[in-house]
Design a protein. Structure first.
Length: 210
């Protein structure tokens, strides 16, 4: 079984191909503002390098947020068009789940992504990867208050700057094989139902409400 993994929820492209429980190729590169231009060509190049045809993929796992509004849409668009055009099963996971699973720390895991204005996207998982606090858009002060009740924890960042300092920080280095293995049996969904999970309104939407 071959599975394609795509994550463009930050300024990085994280992508990989897993075949029969083995990681055969991966991309972990920061592209910043050029991510929209290079993401698809980089993925196509990965296929060619490994002599795999697009129709030889059995499933797609794509990160649908939270994170960069623009970045999320890039990966979602690539995955949806690919899935729909070739009738390949697709499923989604959150960026916070991917960050949590990639940590090697056996303690409480607190993945956080800066959301500006004293907010973050965050969640809390225990050492068995069970969800303690669901992914949400949360004030930093409120998240820190919840973290204060934990005996021991590690804060995982997505390698982008945070407005406020946290203790016990671990930089995100995605373990693509581990992520895919964990979610490979997650139910597939209709590609038209694959949508970004921003966890908050866009600035344009917020402006309309004010």
């Amino acid at each position: 079984m071959r599975i394609l993994y795509i994550d463009t929820s930050s300024s990085y492209l994280y992508s990989g191909i897993i075949e029969d429980n083995k990681l055969i190729s991966e991309i972990k590169e920061e592209f910043g503002q050029s991510l929209s231009e290079v993401a698809l060509p980089k993925i196509v190049s990965m296929f060619k390098k490994n002599e795999i045809e697009p129709n030889q993929i059995d499933k797609i796992i794509v990160v649908n947020g939270p994170g960069s509004f623009t970045g999320i849409r890039i990966g979602i668009t690539i995955a949806k068009v690919y899935s729909w055009s070739l009738n390949i099963p697709i499923t989604t996971i959150t960026s916070l789940e991917a960050m949590m699973l990639s940590s090697e720390n056996n303690t409480y895991k607190v993945p956080v992504i800066d959301a500006r204005r004293n907010y973050v996207f965050g969640a809390i998982y225990d050492s068995e990867n069970r969800q303690i606090l669901q992914p949400q858009h949360i004030k930093i002060a409120d998240l820190k208050q919840k973290m204060s009740t934990l005996n021991e924890y590690i804060v995982i960042t997505n390698n982008e700057d945070l407005e406020e300092d946290f203790e016990n920080i671990e930089r995100y280095n995605p373990n693509i094989l581990k992520i895919v293995e964990y979610f490979k049996d997650k139910d597939a969904i209709n590609p038209h139902a694959v949508n970004p999970e921003y966890l908050k309104l866009t600035e344009a939407e917020e402006s309309k409400m004010n």
